[in-house]
Design a protein around this ligand. Structure first.
Ligand SMILES: [Cu+2]
Length: 276
């Protein structure tokens, strides 16, 4: 069999396999792709993961099918030598390779940039002055990292500081992530939020919960011996439940709130912990 026939036959097998496998994988794996659909940002990330999956499957099939094809058809015959033409210097193969890989990578770069802008950071920390800010009312919540726990301040509720994060559903939240000591990273998996908590930095991330649920909070930046302890559960609740909860917190932590420095976007390290 000539070289051309191999190329055509392999190409045909690959195209057919891709046409069958790509929609099938999206259909079967789509619903279980991380991080779920608990927030607008999480749903956006699921869509991004589907796009990545759809682009990765043809590449995976290319490699695997070629491997199997080569094992079957390009075996060295017993006692003989099988050697095809060298691929090095083949202008057609090289040009195709450069064009295809460039288009794949550049289109993903364009898609990623457009998505980040359209989705106001897509759940990532965008620094103290984000390029895009969602319109409409936003609930500001400060996330404070310290060795070894996150605490949360609600500036519109008297600056009360709570040990757990509770958010109202269907409300755009403006997270102000900062740290009192070393570098931490605030990661709320089901919320699809991951933002660095750096001392003296007000790192803003937007999130809009769309589902009443419990979510996990972790520190995702090695920050000392009890880094692994920086784990907690937060809750997304109804607006009414949130109001009840936050007023309870205001009463419970009233003495502590009095002793706290006034709300500030960043704080100087302990023990002074003044607004800075
Ligand atoms: Cu940490």
């Amino acid at each position: 069999m000539s070289e051309t026939n191999h190329a055509r036959r392999f190409g045909l097998i690959w195209v057919v396999a891709t046409i069958i496998a790509t929609p099938l994988a999206i259909l079967l794996l789509g619903p279980i792709l991380p991080p779920g659909n608990g927030t607008e940002q999480a749903s956006g990330q699921v869509t991004d993961n589907k796009v990545l999956l759809a682009m990765a499957i043809p590449v995976l099939l290319l490699v695997v099918i070629y491997l199997i094809y080569a094992v079957i058809y390009f075996r060295q015959p017993t006692g003989g030598v099988l050697e095809g033409p060298a691929i090095r210097g083949n202008a057609r193969v090289q040009t195709t390779w450069i064009i295809v890989t460039s288009v794949l990578v550049l289109s993903l770069a364009v898609y990623g940039t457009a998505t980040l802008l359209a989705d106001n950071g897509a759940g990532s920390g965008s620094g103290p002055s984000p390029l895009t800010v969602p319109s409409g009312p936003k609930l500001p919540v400060q996330v404070i990292g310290q060795q070894w726990a996150f605490t949360y301040r609600y500036p519109t509720y008297g600056g009360v500081e709570t040990p757990h994060l509770v958010l109202p559903v269907n409300q755009m939240v403006e997270l102000h992530v900062t740290s009192l000591d070393v570098i931490h990273s605030f990661w709320a998996y089901q919320l699809a939020v991951k933002a660095d908590a750096n001392p003296q930095v007000d790192n803003i991330a937007f999130v809009k919960p769309t589902k009443v649920e419990t979510f996990e909070v972790r520190c995702s930046e090695l920050c000392g011996i009890w880094h692994g302890e920086m784990f907690d559960h937060g809750r997304v609740v109804t607006q009414a439940e949130f109001e009840t909860w936050i007023h309870q917190q205001q009463v419970t932590f009233a003495p502590a709130t009095k002793a706290l420095p006034p709300y500030s976007t960043t704080y100087l390290p302990e023990p002074t912990r003044r607004g800075g």
